[in-house]
Design a protein around this ligand. Sequence first.
Ligand SMILES: Nc1ncnc2c1ncn2[C@@H]1O[C@H](COP(=O)(O)OP(=O)(O)O)[C@@H](O)[C@H]1O
Ligand SMILES: [Mg+2]
Length: 250
Amino acid sequence: MILVEDLVKKYGPFTAVDGVSLDVAPGEIHGFLGPNGAGKTTTIRIIAGLLKPDSGRVVIDGADLATRPETAKASLGFIPDRPFIYEKLTASEFLRFHGGLYGMDGDGIGRRAAEMLELFELTRWEGELVESFSHGMKQRLVMCAAFLHRPRAVLVDEPMVGLDPRGARLIKQVFHHMSGRGVAILMSTHTLEVAQEMCDRISIIQKGRIIARGTVEELGRLAGTADERLTPVFLKLTGGAGLQEIDEDL
Ligand SMILES: Nc1ncnc2c1ncn2[C@@H]1O[C@H](COP(=O)(O)OP(=O)(O)O)[C@@H](O)[C@H]1O
Ligand SMILES: [Mg+2]
């Protein structure tokens, strides 16, 4: 559903993304795990069509992002790490606006918005201005918008940062609900526990390169340990290089 081949992105002389390939199947929650600065946000922004890669290819539900950008983007939902919402809109107005951007009609938006607001426990606040919302509520509203147009694939950049346990639990439930309906989810995180708990498969990125990929069990075996935690994978695979950075960030 999400296919990424050999993406490269340079900022001046610095290569932030250095040949990243990924594939996320329908119904899969795929973790994109790595320390801060590894290249997760850059990769996700490229897949979302917000940033042009120097080379490589992105295909969403069979549509190449470079040659059929409208089709590719119509199948995609994107939840950025620092979402922007117009504060002077109510939650309902924001969703109407967003649905309009995706060409949904008024009735369709209304029904689907009600469903999403319910799912994300925001129904009570649908008529309130976004400026009165807490961080967690804003994040949930952005997720309502991202799922509104029934995307087949959703990109989420660091969804758990700054959430209280209840908000985090709700988001986990919703992602599982959506993946159960066949939505492919690519979720970046710098937190091992988040990836382990939520993801069917995990791709580990370090310094712009994928250094390992698999289920939690597969990655554990790769590291030659019965311990299911992934830390030993890093120790093994990086051969000690950059360990301090990884220890700090994971
Ligand atoms: N606009 C930019 N200009 C120059 N360097 C950037 C820019 N955006 C990101 N970088 C650098 O690229 C690397 C990857 O960043 P990013 O994709 O944000 O990583 P992550 O999301 O994994 O923390 C970092 O070293 C970061 O400093
Ligand atoms: Mg980031």
